[in-house]
Design a protein around this ligand. Structure first.
Ligand SMILES: Cc1cc2nc3c(=O)[nH]c(=O)nc-3n(C[C@H](O)[C@H](O)[C@H](O)COP(=O)(O)OP(=O)(O)OC[C@H]3O[C@@H](n4cnc5c(N)ncnc54)[C@H](O)[C@@H]3O)c2cc1C
Length: 646
């Protein structure tokens, strides 16, 4: 979905970027660097204003070629007094290509290393929010692709600084009109700084109407004047959303119950924000529950209406890929192998718009495209079979991710610590074991114990902890696996296949065993919370493989018949909507009690994203996904009760 750019000859090697749609240049004649630094960064009093603050949030209208972001990131990086976390939220209706972003930065060699990292993450920019992660998770760029007004309606945070950028008010009046500026004002607190390169009368008037006090300052040549100001309305700003995100909570101590993917991801997201996190688990080692799965598939969901689940799954896959890229060993812990999805029972259809609109099609192809005849042939399918190739997909060993997250600074893991009861005492939560001994005490407790979260939320049938009803369901599952003999790999596709059960053809095993294993997943038994192995489930898995990949089933049948096949079973935890459940428990009010669970069959897709969402809500930060999507995950959505937010 890349905006076409013309590179005008300005005497430099790369030229000056020009946008034919708006008949305007992307940067002033003096070059973008001076404008980004002096008009926007310094115009908002940065970096001085953010010194020693835990977080700083910048809102920008018009991402363009990303120069303001790169300059701000570079200033943050160079500042010994930088905030722990820098949020940069930028709206863009017409995103440029990653290559153009890099080309635009070439004239500023000092920014080039940052621009290369940005370029690497600029893919698949379909309409909606995209959270890009830099500097080990301390610089978070939320790119909101679409009309600025619509995008800002989907956010609820308070910006500390606002960069008003974009093509000139004459060329692109929409981004400067009263409606857009009102949407910007909705994201401001009293005292939010604002800066722009335009001093157009219409813009100044609209800003004043929205509660900004602005004044002209000497401009960066060739502009005589620039604009600076502050949000300081004469009225008390009305917060239209009874936002859960209204508290700027300082990082403190927190206890997470459960050391699976969900608990470890939450611990990592909070530790990144300065929390001291204790993770308690009843088992002797982390990832003892469903996250002990030998390996699982990571792949986006596709639907003709691009459903909430589909959109959420893309955000989740992106979040997990970022973590895997940074923390895991490619090839042994995980692989971005791609995944082929065969439409066995219900052929998966991509949204029609993706196929019709050239720009959408380009962005969508970064995610998912029709399988090629070669890929289909490798699965024994005819060239016209209905199948999708998920590009941003692969397999991961969940336990490796759990270990990497728990190993982060600020996290303490404790095993053999089964929590039986939560008691509210002196504004804190006391966590007790079965004998009534205190295991831990904290202001903030996050339940991430899979299906056991349901019982924990109702563990205090007293006034201290009224029962909190949670619609969580246990779903037992078993996968079958075995080691490859010599030459066995040749008869299997070279990539994972999903659609009616799944096949992971070659998983490298670590440790003394070594070698390559095949994995066949997985049975699905509702309302069974026992992770027991059953021989009949192996037969069930083979039976489904016969439908998915008959030739592979024939190859593996002997191993099933001879009883050489091994199995692993676990218990998934799902919600009725099949979406995860993340957020505060507040019906009835439970101050400081949060949930992150209900990952269903997509823990690898959802946990990294849900952990960031939980942290964003807790701190009043920009959301990593649209508000509509985030709200759909609230654990007690639909439960009627008038309760204050946590
Ligand atoms: C057969 C099977 C195949 C799957 N395949 C895939 C796949 O391909 N891709 C994918 O993304 N997902 C897959 N999943 C789903 C994925 O495994 C889960 O979504 C994910 O592991 C859930 O993580 P969790 O942290 O929420 O729960 P869990 O990993 O179950 O963690 C819960 C933790 O809480 C602890 N705990 C429970 N009660 C207490 C207590 N009272 N006190 C202290 N600790 C407690 C447990 O010991 C456990 O460690 C599969 C699941 C199964 C069963």
């Amino acid at each position: 979905m890349s905006e076409r750019i013309e590179w005008l000859d300005d005497g430099t090697r790369d030229g000056s970027p020009y946008n034919p749609r708006f008949s305007d240049r992307y940067r002033s004649e003096s070059g973008g660097l001076a404008q980004a630094t002096e008009v926007f960064l310094n115009g908002c009093g940065l970096p001085v204003a953010w010194a020693s603050r835990p977080q700083w949030t910048i809102l920008e209208t018009g991402f363009g070629l990303g120069l303001n972001f790169l300059v701000t990131w570079a200033a943050w990086q160079a500042d010994p007094q930088r905030p722990r976390l820098l949020h940069f939220v930028s709206t863009e209706a017409f995103p440029t290509s990653a290559d153009d972003v890099l080309r635009a930065a070439r004239s500023q060699p000092e920014l080039l290393p940052l621009a290369e990292q940005l370029q690497h993450q600029l893919w698949g920019l379909l309409p909606g929010f995209h959270r890009l992660v830099f500097a080990g998770g301390q610089v978070l760029l939320t790119l909101c692709i679409g009309d600025a007004k619509a995008m800002l309606r989907e956010q609820s945070f308070e910006a500390d600084s606002v960069y008003l950028d974009g093509f000139s008010p004459q060329c692109n009046p929409d981004i400067w009109d009263i409606h857009t500026l009102r949407a910007v004002a909705r994201c401001c607190r009293r005292g939010t700084g604002v800066a722009s390169w335009t001093v157009a009368r219409s813009v100044r008037d609209a800003l004043a109407q929205c509660g900004f006090m602005v004044h002209k300052v000497p401009g960066v040549p060739p502009k005589r004047d620039n604009l600076q100001g502050v949000f300081n309305p004469a009225w008390t700003p009305k917060k239209t959303r009874s936002s859960l995100a209204s508290i700027r909570r300082p990082a403190a101590r927190c206890v997470v119950i459960g050391a699976g993917l969900a608990g470890a991801a939450v611990a990592a997201s909070l530790a990144r924000r300065g929390w001291q996190v204790t993770v308690l688990d009843g088992a002797a080692a982390p990832a003892a529950g469903a996250s002990g799965l030998p390996a699982g598939l990571l792949s986006p969901h596709v639907s003709p209406d691009d459903s909430l689940l589909s959109r959420l799954s893309r955000s989740g896959v992106r979040a997990t890929l970022q973590q895997a890229d940074k923390l895991l060993q490619a090839g042994s812990d995980w692989s971005r192998s791609g995944v082929l999805e065969l439409g066995v029972e219900h052929p998966r259809k991509q949204p029609a718009a993706w196929l019709q609109d050239k720009d959408l099609a380009e962005a969508a192809r970064d995610w998912t495209r029709p399988a090629t005849p070669e890929q289909l042939a490798a699965c024994g399918q005819s060239p016209d079979a209905e199948a999708l190739w998920h590009v941003q997909a692969g397999w991961i060993k969940p336990a490796r991710l759990v270990q990497a997250w728990l190993g982060m600074r600020g996290i303490q893991w404790r095993g053999h610590a089964t929590v039986s009861q939560l008691i509210r005492q002196d504004d804190a939560w006391q966590l007790l074991d079965a004998s009534g001994q205190e295991l831990a005490c904290a202001d903030l407790v996050v339940l991430a114990a899979g299906f056991a979260s349901r019982a924990l939320a109702s563990s205090g049938d007293s006034a201290d902890l009224p029962a909190v009803p949670l619609a969580l369901q246990a779903i037992r599952g078993q996968l079958s696996w075995g080691m490859h003999g010599p030459d066995a790999l040749e008869s299997l596709p070279a990539f994972p296949v999903n659609g009616h059960g799944s096949l992971l053809p070659a998983l490298p095993l670590s440790g003394t065993a070594g070698g390559l294993a095949w994995l066949l997943g997985s049975s699905f038994e509702r309302d069974n919370a026992l992770a027991e192995i059953r021989p009949e489930d192996n037969q069930h898995n083979l039976h489904r493989l016969q439908t998915l990949l008959p030739a592979v089933a024939d190859t593996l049948r002997d191993e099933f018949d001879s009883g050489d096949v091994q199995a692993w079973a676990g218990v998934r935890c799902a919600t009725p909507s099949r979406l995860p459940a993340v957020g505060p428990l507040n019906k009835p009010p439970m101050p400081g009690l949060w949930l992150c669970s209900g990952m269903g069959s997509r823990g690898l897709t959802f946990t990294a994203l849900c952990a960031e969402l939980l942290a964003a809500r807790l701190h009043g930060e920009p959301l990593p996904v649209e508000q509509r999507l985030a709200d759909a995950l609230l654990p007690q959505r639909g439960v009627v009760a008038s309760a204050p937010d946590n």
